[in-house]
Design a protein around this ligand. Sequence first.
Ligand code: GRF
Length: 226
Amino acid sequence: MTRAHQLKVAILISGRGSNMAAIARACAAGRVQATIARVIADRATAAGVVLARQLGLEAEVIEAREGAGRAAFEAALMRSLQDCGAELVILAGFMRILSADFVQHFAGRMLNIHPSLLPQYKGLNTHRRVLEAGEREHGTSVHFVTDELDGGPVICQARVAVLAGDSEQTLEARVLALEHRIYPYVVGLIATDRLELRGHTVVLDGRALTAPLFYPHDDELKQATA
Ligand code: GRF
């Protein structure tokens, strides 16, 4: 590790928080050299808030008050992120669209995980849409966030075969298991200063990625997430 201190990350959630927990456990186990400065949920009912506290993390709820609009919510979120010293913002099942200005402020320092093989199936209900389309393959992508929804440069993907008899639930479960491997891995690459965004190019170990890292075909990734 070359940096003087561990990278401070904030994780933004709206729901169950299983990706948040996977990243937190990887940090706690020393597999990822980062510190979770704060977990922030945009709804008090998010199960991930309870889970975060069970994991010993500081969890805050910032709800958008009715009528107050996006600007007030984002101002409160920005204050919280600055207050906890977040250097990297990790969206993990965060269901709110952030403004272009907000995203721009964290350019190259904000990640998202989306349950599809981007650029295919941006948006909601990806598992259902993949089944309805009769696809044979599905997966998940970790990407840098830009102001294009689910459109930022992709860093790492994992794929699963769609099996005969799959339901949304069975497909989601297999995708989620891979998300829990690739998301901590990508956070670890950033925490050790190996991965960065330059313009719209993802750079790993000083070299531009010509295609996303692919789990499980990438040997290093396989080892790191074993
Ligand atoms: C994941 O499938 C992720 O890809 C998507 O939302 C889901 C979040 O699940 N963005 P969890 O809250 O991390 O369990």
